[in-house]
Design a protein around this ligand. Structure first.
Ligand SMILES: Nc1ncnc2c1ncn2[C@@H]1O[C@H](COP(=O)(O)OP(=O)(O)OP(=O)(O)O)[C@@H](O)[C@H]1O
Length: 236
């Protein structure tokens, strides 16, 4: 269904991680350090779960990975660039290489389901005829074939979540970040969404799924990143 085409021309650096964290710390304002001494890589094409108790900092870490927060100390290199040195004007271009599913979905309320999902492609200047069938097919695949032309306010929480997932996947990002992407759906739909993430990963996208859902994690023998008290342990 999805055909992966690398969106970067720098294939020579395939061995470099997509994202590199070194001794990263993060505090909000004058508050305590929420994340401490995080050192890890996100390799190209990797698949990992990010887990830990509520309030441990998973969403905060996803925001750092999405470059919408700056670290208060340490180094983050994303796509080979030090994110503290990237001019603000260049950030949107870099973020287009990242697909993200926010916990609160962030759909545009005045656009239909179809238009929300097509938005990343429209922003990239693609002709509608080149993507229309892909958008419809993906929406059908996530069980929204009957909801293509409705506006977000009439969708259930689980339906909104699937629109947000379809929007994050449709442009075949180099990395997908998903915050509790199965939090509002039943177990069969959670398995279906997981198989979609795995398929995207098989086609080359690195995937990070933040979740509390042990049943979901048990279905895949994947790397686990566990945050506890602001520190990260990784189990390969
Ligand atoms: N904008 C903010 N300003 C100040 N503190 C914040 C802000 N956002 C998050 N925090 C605090 O940072 C800590 C980590 O929050 P975060 O949302 O990253 O955790 P989480 O692991 O994603 O939690 P959950 O599993 O409940 O979603 C919490 O103590 C939270 O109160």
């Amino acid at each position: 269904m999805l055909v992966y085409e690398p969106q970067t021309s720098d294939l020579s650096d395939w061995a470099q991680p997509l994202i590199h964290f070194e001794n990263v710390g993060l505090r909000y304002g004058m508050g305590p350090e929420i994340l401490r001494d995080l050192t890890f890589d996100v390799p190209k094409g990797s698949f990992q779960f990010l887990t830990g108790p509520s309030g441990a900092g998973k969403t905060t870490l996803l925001r750092l990975l999405f470059m919408s927060l700056q670290p208060t100390r340490g180094l983050i290199r994303s796509f080979g660039r030090d994110i503290t040195r990237i001019p603000r004007a260049e950030l949107p271009m870099l973020r287009r290489r990242v697909g993200i599913v926010f916990q609160d979905f962030r759909l545009l309320e005045h656009l239909t389901t179809y238009e929300n999902v097509a938005l990343p492609l429209r922003v990239r200047g693609k002709e509608e005829q080149s993507y229309k069938q892909d958008v419809i097919e993906l929406l059908k695949w996530v069980g929204l074939g009957e909801r293509i032309n409705v506006l977000p306010p009439v969708l259930s929480g689980g339906e909104k979540q699937r629109v947000a997932i379809a929007r994050a996947l449709i442009d075949r990002p180099e990395i997908l970040l998903a915050d509790e992407p199965t939090g509002n759906v039943d177990p069969p739909m959670a398995r279906r969404l997981l198989s979609l993430f795995l398929e995207l990963n098989r086609l080359g996208t690195a995937v990070i799924i933040a979740t509390h859902d042990l049943a979901l994690m048990d279905q895949v023998d994947a790397r686990r990143m566990i945050l506890t008290d602001g520190r990260l342990d990784i189990y390969e």
